[in-house]
Design a binder for this molecule. Structure first.
Ligand SMILES: *[C@@H]1O[C@H](CO)[C@@H](O)[C@H](O)[C@H]1NC(C)=O
Ligand SMILES: *[C@@H]1O[C@H](CO)[C@@H](O)[C@H](O)[C@H]1NC(C)=O
Length: 931
């Protein structure tokens, strides 16, 4: 959905213009602090650490930092700051720099972290020659130079891995009292002259919008240097490449959650989400930094290996050494709060980030199936016909979605009872086939007398306030709207209670929730969002008055959506007494979003460029903790021709969140509305997804254990292979499948990079079991039915091959295990099974097994024998690809059972199929081979 609404869509369609209106969104020059900070490159940092003030207690070093005026002969202290350096578990350090005595507390981002990070030990090793040396328990060190202040983080080899303030761009603008000028002041007086403030200090304008900036300037900034790095990644959400570009000759990357109508490709503009984590990778190591700040943020990147960086500068700065990347974070407010994650591998640093911000909990299994959405399925008959057409055309589906039109005139928690008179029966009809319903609930509330949410929110003071402390009114889908202030615990509680079944009639445990427009989108606000001087709730504290009594929207903007999905999550847990796992989809994202919701890349268009962008955008989000990512399959705006639609379904089938969705003004495009030949291709793509739902579910379970992405960049598994560093049209599912979706029109072949040359890796085409030796790029022929997917030699992948209407109906279906052998004739894999929807798995009601194959035996072993789940699912087939010396006989041993198994050879006698071993997947078993 989109802010400017139908009028603009129609208008644009008429005049044939398509694309973002850049005038609606700020450039760095139009954003006061970015304009002010970006040129700030002092020769020498003004920040100095006072060595006499250093205290190390527990895992924390605290010290006083001052800025001094170095232009006068006698140094004059300008400002005092409090520094905290903490050693945290898992190779992570945290630096916090705040004013020692701010006029009022500065905002500290509240929800990104998954609780208080756990402490590691911190030892002060030495304090001499103006330098402090500290070490954590793992032997990773921090060197702090006191003047000018600089931090160097050393890896376990003692090599410098991350440097802060190398470029002297550390900055915390102190909060000041606004001095009103009076007539009797002498403008010639030197003291008054200091008070002459730069324009924009106490207010800013953008287009017709005025920002009152009651606290004045309060920006923060730090520069980070990554020696030896080839590339940096992260800071989603942007549409450009996964490996970030040097920004010197253009705009910095911007992070400010915005509803950008027809957002543009290959751009560093801000869109819906902001996850301020940055990774640096090279053949020596992978490290990362997490900038813990929810205000508007801009990031500059300079990659010294990049052709655009002048070589004289490279030589000057790096001493001729080419590998180095510098980055710089600039935020409008908050404190300097930076986590430094020392890796050493990509998997380590991805895990370190989820150690801080949390993993995605195990999703309900249905949510890994196929989702069918549209703005809008207009009434019950429409929903019923869509549902029935999936069956009529033998296409599995798990979820039907309802966009805003299901409500009574955009009043959330109500139904349009003319079109949806029997919601409970409609849902029951879906659940009879194992399907679910998802309905939309946005954070804007219609200001209408008699609407209970609005009346309660007014009466109980639950809305965001404007700059003067009155309820803020903006324009969104319902027209005049106000916005729930989820920072207020009373608002969160009230909103969460609305999800109780008795408060939202027609819903049940099988109705899940979509939170859209939660950047928040405000059609008539600056940059289509909420004014920065709006006020959010702050808990009462001492001295709780004036500017200390509320947070401004500018402080919290990027985490507003996170507060909404947290409240939705709470409500969905409470409605079922914590029995069922909620599924939530969000558009706005921030660090920590993964703990509550899946996300999608917003309002894209039916163009090849957006299909291409979906792969790299989800890769970047997965690295930033949010693996449960997808794009609107087919494109939201415009109509996808059959080839694009086919390629998008084929790509979507291998992305974590697989949902088709479309704009209200576009032609209907459910899979059966295309010609039969196209429908057949779409059906095939969806069925491929269903064959792997248990594999996806196992990957998500394993993500909860190790915190690494479900969808991975190639360099995560092959960190020394330099060719992989910039590949973003290809990715891995776990460490087992390699996917290279066809993203280009009219092609007969695609280039696929097969990594693992040094380890003699084999990649088996999943369609033919043909093995390819890893040797960098090779050319894969494709036709319209072909999706290049390869299984790594050495892996075992569970599949389910019977076609059903939904994943729920497949629960007891038998498995096929595909064993792809490596050069040593071995392979391993895993399988996770539970009831798919409750939290009983937390009480040992699950099966998690390791599967391994060696030439003499194949075994299936429960990892935790105390965990049991009684499933009727069994193994109906084992396919062993790449077999060189087939066994003569095989025998299954399970419990008391010992039975001879039938085997057949296929292809060039290199694929062995074991038919109907009929082993249960609920207990251990072994197959012994004889030669
Ligand atoms: C539910 O299914 C029944 C049987 O097909 C049908 O008669 C009824 O209209 C459906 N109800 C709704 C609300 O779609
Ligand atoms: C095969 O086994 C050898 C010895 O254990 C090991 O070094 C090598 O990495 C293995 N090769 C593969 C492809 O796994």
């Amino acid at each position: 959905m989109k802010p400017l609404g139908l009028l603009l869509v129609v208008l644009l369609a008429i005049i044939g213009v398509y694309g973002v209106d850049r005038n609606n969104f700020k450039s760095c020059d139009q954003s006061g602090f970015c304009k002010r900070l970006r040129p700030f490159k002092p020769e020498k940092s003004q920040y100095t650490l006072n060595l006499d003030s250093v205290i190390v207690h527990g895992n924390v070093l605290s010290a006083e930092v001052t800025t001094v005026n170095t232009e006068t002969e006698k140094k004059i202290t300008l400002w005092r700051y409090a520094l905290k350096l903490s050693a945290l578990v898992d190779g992570t350090f945290r630096i916090e720099l705040d004013e020692a005595d701010p006029l009022y507390p500065r905002y500290r981002t509240q929800l990104a972290l998954n609780g208080e990070p756990k402490a590691d030990g911190l030892k002060l090793i030495s304090n001499e020659n103006g330098k402090l040396t500290l070490s954590n328990n793992q032997g990773q060190k921090v060197l702090i130079t006191s003047e000018p202040l600089k931090f160097e983080f050393l890896d376990k080899n003692g090599d410098v891995a991350v440097v802060l303030n190398e470029n002297s761009q550390l900055l915390v603008e102190p909060l000041r009292v606004r001095k009103e000028r009076t007539d009797d002041e002498d403008p010639g007086n030197a003291e008054n002259a200091i008070e002459v403030e730069e324009e924009g200090t106490w207010s800013e304008n953008f287009k017709s919008h005025h920002d009152s900036k009651p606290r004045g300037n309060e920006a923060v900034s730090v520069d980070v240097t990554f020696p030896d790095a080839d590339q940096v990644y992260g800071i989603p959400e942007h549409t450009d490449k996964f490996a970030l570009s040097t920004t010197t000759s253009g705009e910095p990357y911007r992070m400010y959650n915005l509803d950008v109508f027809e957002y543009e490709l290959d751009s560093r503009m801000a869109i819906y989400g902001a996850v301020p984590v940055l990774y640096a990778h090279g053949s020596k190591r992978t490290v990362g930094v997490f900038w813990h700040n929810s205000a508007e943020t801009w990031v500059d990147v300079v990659n010294y290996a990049d052709g655009t960086v002048v070589s004289s500068l490279v030589n000057l700065v790096t001493g001729g050494q080419k590998r180095r990347v510098d980055a710089r974070f600039m935020s409008e407010s908050g404190i300097v709060d930076l986590f430094v994650m020392l890796g050493n591998t990509p998997a380590d640093v991805f895990r370190q980030y989820t150690t801080l911000t949390g993993v995605a909990p195990l999703p309900p299994k249905f949510s890994l199936g196929y989702h069918q959405s549209r703005w809008n399925y207009v009434d019950e008959a429409d929903v019923r016909s869509v549902d029935e057409n999936f069956d009529a055309h033998d296409i599995p589906a798990d979820v039907i979605w309802l966009d805003i039109e299901y409500t009574d005139r955009k009043k959330y928690f109500t139904w349009d009872l003319e079109k949806f008179a029997h919601p409970a029966e409609m849902v029951a009809n879906l659940t009879a086939k194992g399907r679910r319903l998802v309905v939309i609930i946005d954070p804007h509330i219609k200001r209408e007398a008699g609407y209970f949410v609005h009346e309660d929110a007014m009466e109980q003071g639950l809305y965001v306030k404007d700059k003067d402390g009155n309820v803020y009114e903006g324009w969104c889908w319902p027209g005049s709207s106000s916005y729930l202030d989820f920072f207020n615990p009373a608002a969160t509680k009230y909103y969460a209670e609305r999800f109780r079944f008795e408060n939202f009639p027609g819903t049940s445990k099988d109705v899940h929730i979509w939170n859209d427009m939660n950047e928040p989108s405000v059609f008539n606000g600056p940059e289509i969002t909420m004014p920065k001087d709006c006020r959010h709730y702050k808990p009462p504290q001492d001295g709780h008055d004036g500017l200390a009594s509320f947070w401004e929207h500018r402080h919290v903007h990027n985490e507003y959506g996170l507060w909404q999905i947290r409240a939705t999550h709470l409500g969905m847990l409470e409605r079922s007494d914590n029995k069922y796992r909620p599924f939530i989809l969000t558009r706005s994202t921030f660090a920590g979003t993964q703990r509550y919701a899946a996300m999608w890349t917003g309002d894209n268009a039916a163009e090849w460029g957006f299909l291409q962008a979906s792969t790299r955008m989800c890769l970047s989000l997965a690295a930033a903790g949010i693996s449960f990512c997808g794009s609107d399959v087919g494109g939201f705006f415009k109509y996808p021709e059959p080839e694009l639609m086919t390629r998008w379904y084929q790509a979507g089938a291998y992305q974590a969140f697989f949902r088709a969705h479309s704009h209200i003004e576009t032609k209907r495009r459910e899979p059966w509305l295309y010609e039969a030949s196209t429908t057949a291709l779409l059906r095939d793509a969806v069925r491929r997804r269903y064959a792997l739902v248990d594999f996806w579910y196992t990957l998500f379970y394993e993500h909860t254990l190790d915190g690494t992405p479900v969808t991975r960049p190639l360099f995560q598994e092959y960190p020394k292979e330099e060719d992989t560093y910039t590949i973003d049209d290809e990715y891995l599912l776990g460490d087992k499948l390699l996917v290279r979706p066809v993203l280009e029109p009219g092609v007969k072949s695609v280039k696929v990079y097969l990594p693992g040359r040094d380890t003699n890796t084999l990649w088996y085409d999943v369609d033919s079991y043909q093995a390819h030796k890893a040797n960098g790029y090779f050319t894969q022929e494709v036709n319209i039915a072909k999706i290049p997917v390869y299984q790594r030699g050495g892996s075992i992948v569970p599949r389910k091959e019977r076609v059903r209407r939904s994943s729920t109906l497949m629960a007891n279906d038998p498995f096929t295990f595909v064993v792809a052998l490596d050069a040593n004739n071995t392979a391993s894999g895993s399988l996770y099974i539970d009831d798919g929807e409750t939290y009983d798995y937390q009480n040992n009601k699950y099966v998690y097994s390791k599967i391994s194959y060696e030439p003499n035996r194949m075994s299936y072993t429960l990892v935790n024998p105390a965990a049991q789940y009684s499933t009727r699912a069994w193994v109906e087939r084992i396919v062993i690809a790449g077999i060189r010396n087939p066994p003569k006989s095989a025998r299954l041993l399970q419990g008391d059972r010992s039975s001879a198994l039938q085997m057949t050879l296929h292809r060039g006698n290199d694929v062995l199929v074991i038919r109907k071993p009929a082993a249960s997947v609920a207990t251990d078993w072994t197959i012994e081979f004889a030669y």
